[in-house]
Design a protein around this ligand. Sequence first.
Ligand SMILES: *Cc1c(COP(=O)(O)O)cnc(C)c1O
Length: 220
Amino acid sequence: MTDIKKNLEEVEKTLADGVKLIAVTKTHGPDMINEAIDCGVTDIGENKVQEIMDKYEKVKPVNWHMIGHLQTNKVKYIIDKVCLIHSVDSLKLAKEIDKRAGAAGKTMDILIQVNSAGEESKFGISPEETEGLIMEILETCPNIKICGLMCIAPLEEDPEDARPYFKAVKEQYERFKNIEHRRMDMKYLSMGMSHDYIAAMEEGSNMVRVGSAIFGQREY
Ligand SMILES: *Cc1c(COP(=O)(O)O)cnc(C)c1O
């Protein structure tokens, strides 16, 4: 049995001041998620639309985060359920989010996912194209607020090796703070998972997405 309470305490002890913990609950059922909520978890992350839909009614009130790749045709299912979409990496996706948010009468908070290592297998926009995408979203998506950046570092054996990627995204994040716009509020830098969140925090992350360190290894 995974001791969620103990694991959570261990993780929380290591969080730097002002760092928000997103407990990543993918593959885990409502019982485990509710247990984590009872232990004080306020924000949970899922990477699949289907899992959000399956669990939404069975989980106690909590802030849901969409952290995984989002297909345009599935935006409509989660627009009224999540508080933050971490994985926006194209104008096409942003426009669909904008349309659905408008129809739902809300403004959707998003992060831009940056593929800082330029890995072909990963989602995210290249660092060079990030500013252009931000500008296009600000121009064309009135129902979206850009709240920061997200990145998934390459899976390195040694989390120390991920630091250059975190550093690069942190630099962009600081730079984009200078863009003045009503629908731009660079406040979240979502970087770091179970194996590398300490290094990510040290490089300036203020939002960490931690799954297995809390819930144990996932079984697919
Ligand atoms: C699964 C996942 C995490 C958490 O991974 P762990 O290694 O279990 O902490 C973080 N971010 C994203 C985008 C994920 O899909």
